[in-house]
Design a binder for this molecule. Structure first.
Ligand SMILES: [Zn+2]
Length: 327
C-alpha cells in the first residue's frame, strides 16, 4: 500500500502498513550477529537494522564519542560524503537514552519499508526497556538468542585487548543467564542459533532463521543494500567490495558478488569452511580451557545453550595434538 519513500522521514511515528514484526537478536559481542543479520538482509521481505539500541545517539557528532561509529550507518560511514538514506544525519540525536519512545522505535523500523525487521542490538536490557514501554503489546516481537562458545568469546575479547580470559568468561556467563531468563519471563517466540552451527551448515540455519523471522517456510533470495548501525564491519565486508581508498562501498544489487554461502543456501555446492575451533584453539591452552569450565555457572550455561562442553574440550585437545604433530 505505502508507496511514499519512508527513508529519512521522521514524521508519522506510526508503523508503516508493511511492518509486520520485529526480531531482536540477543547475546554477547562476537556472537556472529553481524553475519547472521546481513545474511537475513539478503532474504526477500527481511531487513537488518543493526544495533539500534544506540538510536538515541543517531547522527551524533563523530568527534564527541569514543564509540561514535555506532551513531551512523556502518556501511555509509565509509562514503564521502556520508549519504545514508536510512540513517541520515538529521534529525539531531536525542542524547538521553531514556527519551526513546516506542513510536520513535517503530518509525526507525518502518524506514526499511520491509515487513520483517531484525534489530541486531543483542542488548538484553534494550528488550526490557522496550517491553516496559509496551512494544510487545503493539508489535509482534520475536527473539533470536545468538551464541558462541565461552572459549571463542574469551579469545575474541583477548584479541580485543581484554587479556583476563576468566573475567571475560564470567561476563559471557552473565549475559547468557540474563538472556535465557529474559526469554523465559517475557516469553516472546524465540529461536537459539549457535554461531558454530551457523557457519558449519549455513544452508540449514539461515533457512530456519529466515523462516522464524518471516513466518514463511520458503524464502526468496533477494539481496538488497545493507544499512545498519554498529556491528562488525569485517563481517559486512564479506558481501561488500572495497573501493580504491579502502572504503566499503554499497554496490548495486546486480553487481554484488554472490558468496559461496549464499549459493549453498540456494542449493549450489557447499563452500569449504574453517572449523570454528580455529578461531580460538591456539589462544587458549588446555588448562585454561578447563579452568574456564570450572568457573561457577559456566558449564551449566554452556549446556543450556545446547553445547557439549566436555566433547569440545576433547576436540580442543585433539586439535592441539594434531598441531604439534604437524610442526
Ligand atoms: Zn547506510
Amino acid at each position: 500500500m505505502s508507496n511514499e519513500n519512508p527513508a529519512g522521514q521522521a514524521s508519522a511515528g506510526l508503523p508503516s502498513t508493511s511492518l509486520k514484526s520485529v526480531t531482536l537478536l540477543l547475546g554477547s559481542p562476537f556472537s556472529g550477529s553481524s553475519l547472521l543479520g546481513q545474511s537475513l538482509n539478503d532474504i526477500q521481505g527481511i531487513a537488518y537494522a543493526g544495533e539500534i539500541d544506540n538510536m538515541h545517539r543517531f547522527a551524533f557528532p563523530l568527534h564527541r564519542e569514543s564509540n561514535h561509529y555506532r551513531s551512523r550507518c556502518a556501511i555509509c560511514i565509509t562514503h564521502d560524503p556520508y549519504d545514508c538514506p536510512i540513517y541520515p544525519l538529521d534529525p539531531q540525536p536525542l542524547g538521553d537514552p531514556e527519551s526513546v519512545t516506542i513510536d520513535a522505535y517503530l518509525e526507525v523500523l518502518s524506514r526499511f519499508n520491509e515487513p520483517f525487521v531484525v534489530d541486531g542490538s543483542k542488548n538484553v536490557d534494550w528488550l526490557w526497556y522496550l517491553n516496559a514501554r509496551g512494544l510487545l503489546d503493539v508489535l509482534p516481537t520475536r527473539v533470536i538468542v545468538v551464541t558462541r562458545s565461552v572459549w571463542a568469546f574469551a579469545a575474541s575479547q583477548f584479541r580485543a585487548g581484554n587479556t583476563n580470559i576468566y573475567q571475560s568468561a564470567e561476563g559471557w556467563r552473565n549475559i547468557y543467564r540474563h538472556a535465557l531468563r529474559t526469554v523465559s519471563v517475557l516469553a516472546p517466540p524465540s529461536l537459539l542459533i549457535r554461531h558454530e552451527d551457523f557457519v558449519s551448515n549455513m544452508d540449514k540455519w539461515l533457512s530456519r532463521a529466515a523462516w522464524f523471522v518471516s513466518d514463511r517456510p520458503h524464502n526468496i533470495f533477494e539481496p538488497k543494500p545493507l544499512h545498519c548501525i554498529g556491528g562488525n564491519p569485517s563481517a559486512y565486508a564479506i558481501r561488500e567490495e572495497f573501493d580504491k581508498q579502502g572504503h566499503l562501498r554499497v554496490v548495486p544489487d546486480h553487481e554484488r558478488p554472490v558468496s559461496m554461502e549464499k549459493l549453498s543456501f540456494f542449493g549450489a555446492s557447499e563452500a569449504p569452511r574453517s572449523q570454528p575451533i580455529e578461531r580460538w584453539g591456539h589462544l587458549i591452552d588446555r588448562q585454561q580451557a578447563k579452568n574456564i569450565l570450572g568457573i561457577p555457572g559456566i558449564m551449566d550455561t554452556m549446556l543450556d545453550l545446547g553445547y557439549d562442553p566436555l566433547g569440545m574440550l576433547e576436540e580442543h585437545a585433539a586439535w592441539l595434538a594434531l598441531g604439534r604433530q604437524g610442526t
